[in-house]
Design a binder for this molecule. Structure first.
Ligand SMILES: [Zn+2]
Length: 283
């Protein structure tokens, strides 16, 4: 969960270039839809991030098909746009989860329902394949007007701490459980939005599993800190240093920062319990 910058590109030019590159009859259908599409773009920017209840543009079925086709069957300008969106260092890591590499473009407003935004750069969010698949076609939560997912280009992620992880060692197993808590002062609606994003993308389980994977790689460093003298305090210091580094770069709700902090204050873990995590990281 993090913010990424919008791509600095003229959306009107992009639309025109793609339309020009399409063959007839789709070129003509895109051009015929142009005025309505550009009006919709303006509506999107005016409403963002609250784009969940935008009116659908009144396009014919053939026009809708042509714009979706412009995304799915790429012309050169669409390929350039895809590259420009994905190849920025600032979006290399998926903004929805913060775990994986961004390798796909998600339509924040799905192109099935909103074909007018199928090639709108501000609606195309670079993300990982796992998040893209999980996100599917949802916009609003059932029976609510709260959007199910954060829009990484427009939503402001609160900098107050809302992610927590509990760690405990039970019967030779490390148990990690991530969840969200509503900090004092956070509006209920904001919290509902964060919680929906967290739950729909299954982040608790994905952070847990990636956490074990990460701890496997961290093991040699923890083992070294513990040393012959079995210095649990040094292990905790090492984890806190790591947490501070993560927080400085990725903010207080970064899942690894939370994990390091939680483990630093888990005395069982620091006092040799990290051996347990090592075993769990292995197949
Ligand atoms: Zn992701």
């Amino acid at each position: 969960m993090r913010s990424i910058p919008l791509l600095a590109v003229d959306a009107t030019n992009v639309f025109d270039e793609i339309a020009t590159a399409k063959r007839q009859p789709r070129r003509g259908r895109m051009r015929a839809s142009r005025a309505k599409v550009l009006t919709a773009y303006q509506g999107y920017e005016d409403a963002a991030p609250e784009v969940g209840e935008l009116d659908e543009a009144l396009l014919t079925d053939l026009q809708k098909e042509a714009i979706r086709h412009a995304f799915t069957v790429e012309t050169e300008p669409m390929t350039v746009l895809r590259g420009d969106l994905l190849k920025r260092n600032s979006v290399a890591r998926c903004p929805f989860c913060g775990i994986n590499e961004s390798s796909t473009l998600d339509h924040y407003l799905p192109k099935e329902q909103y074909p007018e935004f199928a090639v709108f750069p501000n609606n195309l969010v670079p993300c990982c394949a796992v998040c893209n698949t999980r996100k599917r076609d949802g916009i609003l939560g059932e029976g609510t007007n709260v959007r199910m997912f954060l829009h990484p280009c427009y939503d402001v992620i609160p900098d107050m701490a809302f992610l927590t992880v509990r760690t405990r060692i039970e019967e030779d197993a490390l148990i990690l459980s991530y969840r969200l808590i509503r900090p004092p002062g956070m509006a209920l609606r904001t919290f509902q939005h964060l919680r929906s994003h967290f739950n729909k993308l299954d982040l608790a389980d994905r952070y847990r599993r990636m956490g074990f994977e990460h701890l496997g790689a961290l093991y040699p460093a923890l083992r070294r800190a513990y040393g012959q003298g079995e210095d649990a305090e040094r292990v905790a210091e090492k984890l806190i240093e790591g947490a501070e580094d993560f927080e400085e770069v990725s903010g207080p709700n970064y899942w690894l920062a939370k994990l390091y902090r939680a483990l630093a204050s888990n005395n069982d873990f620091c006092d040799g319990g990290f051996e347990v995590a090592r075993a769990q990281a292995q197949p």
